[in-house]
Design a protein around this ligand. Structure first.
Ligand SMILES: [Fe+2]
Ligand SMILES: [Fe+2]
Length: 215
């Protein structure tokens, strides 16, 4: 797609969202799009795709649940049993279905970023990681640890994701609502990834020390 038609697509989606969402949700969506664009530049994803996915991630959040459910049933993604029992996560799956069916978006990376932004999953694509984090650190977020998350997202995306999933699991447990399996798998995945990274780092240090000793 040319730059001009990408810009045109973003313009028309912005108009659609303005009509579809409350002012607060619209502002949040634009902020997430901007944060996703910046993270994509930082971490090597396509900034245009990140902007579009960020803009649309909550496009179904204000729909009544029966409408979200209908979109989910007709969409391209499998929905787990726990997700069916957990209405607050529906809007991500419904958004991906809406983007696919109503907006003609077929790029699975963009659809996946919307689909997984509520629950996460193990081994997310870079774009999914970016939109997940952008949703947590967008300019309108004011929770206590937001600045810590913003810094982490700049410095170490894996670590930021691990902390984000820790936070997500904790808050689900506090609310005593069902915990989607993919969120637990995401937590385990990033925990193992970071452990592997530090093992590799210390192995690297040992090898360097051995090489020095032998020269
Ligand atoms: Fe959301
Ligand atoms: Fe959001």
């Amino acid at each position: 797609m040319s730059k001009a038609s990408q810009n045109e697509e973003v313009r028309s989606i912005t108009v659609l969202l303005k009509a579809r969402l409350s002012k607060k949700r619209f502002t949040h969506s634009v902020n997430v799009a901007r944060a996703a664009f910046a993270l994509a530049e930082r971490w090597g994803a396509d900034p245009q795709k990140a902007y579009l996915a960020g803009l649309l991630h909550d496009c179904c959040k204000e729909l009544p649940f029966p409408e979200q459910e209908e979109l989910m049933r007709g969409g391209p993604f499998v929905v787990s049993d726990v997700e069916w029992r957990c209405k607050p996560v529906w809007h991500g799956i419904a958004a991906a279905s809406f983007m696919h069916a109503e907006l003609g978006i077929s790029d699975m990376e963009i659809l996946g970023a919307a689909r997984w932004h509520t629950v996460g999953r193990a081994n997310m694509t870079r774009l999914e990681e970016i939109v997940y984090m952008a949703d947590l650190i967008s300019a309108d977020r004011t929770y206590r640890d937001v600045d810590r998350f913003r810094k982490m997202a700049q410095n170490d995306l894996d670590k930021a994701l691990l902390c984000a999933f820790e936070y997500a699991v904790e808050s689900v447990l506090k609310k005593e609502t069902p915990l989607p399996v993919s969120t637990v798998e995401a937590y385990n995945f990033y925990l193992a990834k970071i452990a592997r990274r530090s093992e590799e780092k210390s192995e690297g240090k040992t090898k360097t020390a051995e090489r020095r000793k032998n020269t």
